[in-house]
Design a protein around this ligand. Structure first.
Ligand SMILES: *Cc1c(COP(=O)(O)O)cnc(C)c1O
Length: 380
């Protein structure tokens, strides 16, 4: 399948009708092992930690959507990140964007530092500060954009240039917008990773992770590490992500439209002190976002003028927006990061305002979402 069109590739790459039966949908190959025709002779599949046909279909599709050459699927986003960090060794240094996902921060700070890896957290919206954080032993620059929960936008091309000069890899966590809206490999990144739990899966029914690269050497090392460390997804989980991906293009359009509508509405609300959304002209990196992203995505956050209590009251009062963690599903979610997703960063440089409310805007009708927020504000 060789179309230029993203929406077509999402449905067809790696997903040709099944050769044995003609099944239009990639079967769930729920098997751990495979019969061999002779000792050591098989069709590329000998054990499902190493390779599985349902997983292979997902990996091929992901590689295509990110404009890479090689995809690898993992049991979770954190499984993908953990495996990626096995590319490094004791004494290596990583520059990380300071507003990084809480679980990533926790893994780096509270697990991997004990294994002799070094991490510096910097504001990557400032390329000069990022360049200054690079050391002789820097092997990797870790970007997340837009960031969570402050929705800052990092200029991927600018940071990738700094990394190249330093002989370090650029890794982009592309979870927040998906490859439909942003393709880091085309902007100079070496590796893209995803929590497929979010937009790629898209239906809040599966945990998964992925890595894509166009570099054969990096891929071969990672393929070895995927099998050696074993954080692989089961075939049913791969199938759920593949199924989600089929509608990714449609969903991301609607997520972005709805979020822009909500962001504009919140910006006019006197109970809101500040709205963080890259589709708003008031966003500090509005121009970079326009250049780097196809649309602005479904994630936004805002500071409630009434402080922490007001933020909690709003989050409790919505009826359509479900109070909960995670993001990227068809249904809208609301949360207070300081008390929920970002509890583990309290007391660290990543600590966020208790008055911050984060929305994962779903694909319901925009009028219903607006009405729900209006009634929640009226109550609080
Ligand atoms: C959720 C998330 C992760 C971790 O992924 P899991 O699938 O929950 O392990 C990593 N990065 C970002 C940006 C995320 O939102």
């Amino acid at each position: 399948m060789n179309s230029d069109q993203f929406a077509t590739r999402a449905i067809h790459v790696g997903q040709a009708p099944d050769a044995a039966t003609g099944a239009v949908v990639v079967p769930i190959y729920q098997t751990s092992t495979y019969a061999q025709s002779d000792v050591g002779e098989h069709k590329g599949y000998d054990y499902s930690r190493t390779a599985n046909p349902t997983r292979a279909a997902l990996e091929e599709c992901l590689a295509s959507l990110e404009e890479g050459k090689f995809g690898l699927a993992f049991s979770s986003g954190m499984g993908a990140i953990t495996t990626l960090m096995f590319l490094l060794k004791k004494g290596d240094h990583v520059v990380v964007c300071d507003d990084v996902y809480g679980g990533t921060f926790r893994l780096f700070r509270r697990v991997l530092e004990d294994f002799g890896l070094e991490f510096s957290f910097v504001d990557m919206t400032n390329p000069e500060a990022t360049a200054r954080a690079v050391r002789v032993n820097t092997r990797m620059l870790w970007i997340e954009t837009p960031t969570n929960p402050l929705i800052k936008v990092v200029d991927i091309a600018a940071i990738a240039q700094i990394a190249k000069k330093a002989g370090a890899w650029t890794v982009v966590d592309n979870t927040f917008v998906s490859p439909y809206l942003q393709k880091p490999l085309t902007l100079g990144a070496d590796i893209v990773m995803h929590s497929t739990t979010k937009y790629l899966g898209g239906h809040s029914d599966v945990i998964g992770g992925a890595v894509v690269t166009a570099d054969k050497e990096i891929f071969e090392r990672l393929k070895f590490l995927q099998n050696a460390a074993g954080a692989v997804p089961g075939p049913l989980d791969c199938w759920l992500v593949l199924r989600g991906i089929k509608t990714l293009a449609l969903r991301m359009e609607r997520h972005s439209e709805n979020a822009l509508t909500i962001a504009q509405m919140l910006e006019k609300n006197f109970a809101v002190e500040r709205v963080f959304y890259p589709g708003l002209k008031s966003h500090p990196q509005y121009e970079i976002a326009r250049r780097q992203m196809g649309a602005s995505g479904g994630m936004l956050s805002f500071i409630a003028r009434g402080g922490a209590e007001s933020a909690r009251r709003i989050a409790r009062a919505t009826r359509l927006f479900t109070l909960g963690e995670s993001l990227g599903g068809v249904e809208s979610l609301i949360e207070v990061p300081a008390a929920m997703t970002h509890m583990s960063v309290a007391g660290s440089p990543l600590e966020v305002s208790p008055a911050l409310v984060r929305l994962s805007v779903g694909i319901e009708h925009a009028d219903d979402l607006r009405a729900d927020l209006e009634q929640a504000f009226a109550q609080s």
